[in-house]
Design a protein around this ligand. Structure first.
Ligand code: RP5
Length: 154
């Protein structure tokens, strides 16, 4: 994520990965404030053993795109809700990548963070039966948790 201030959003990705028992590393890497850290991370991520990168940032959110420019790993971008423009700035600056440098862009905020983790799990599940099985269970639990009728006092 681009800042400590992104953690309240990005923790939902972390918690989803934990629920699926998928190991991950959470780091603060700012495209603007720590560009050399970004370069070192993105260029070294594959050699470090990462398989998928989830990049969450807000405002002028260059982190996902710049990361994708420097690694062949799949990059999922999470637009963090900004104060000034409610995350529309984050969304547009992440989603409009030029052809040739893809960022899989999710929804703004918590939903995007959760779904980025689930998409990452889906990618990893292609080559990992344990993750595939846990993802199936997670989805089955979600389905089972939806009541057929509303709780009218809820
Ligand atoms: C972006 O600027 C970060 O991803 C964050 O969403 C936004 C604001 O950062 P802070 O000023 O809160 O550190 O780089």
């Amino acid at each position: 994520m681009g800042s400590q201030s992104d953690w309240p959003t990005m923790r939902h990705a972390a918690e989803t990965l934990e629920a699926l028992d998928i190991p991950y590393d959470a780091r603060i890497v700012s495209a603007h404030r720590t560009p050399e850290r970004l370069y070192d991370f993105a260029t070294g991520a594959r050699a470090e053993g990462f398989k998928v990168i989830i990049a969450g940032a807000g405002g002028a959110a260059h982190l996902p795109g710049m990361t994708a420019a420097m690694t062949p790993l799949p990059v999922f971008g999470v637009p963090v809700e900004s104060k000034a423009l409610s995350g529309k700035d984050s969304l547009l600056s992440i989603v409009q990548m030029p052809p040739g440098v893809p960022v899989g862009t999710l929804a703004i905020g918590r939903a995007g963070a959760i779904n980025a983790a689930l998409l990452a799990a889906g990618v990893l599940a292609l080559c990992d039966e344990g993750i595939a099985s846990r993802l199936d269970s997670w989805r089955a639990e979600q389905t089972a948790s939806v009541a057929e009728r509303p709780d009218r006092d809820g």
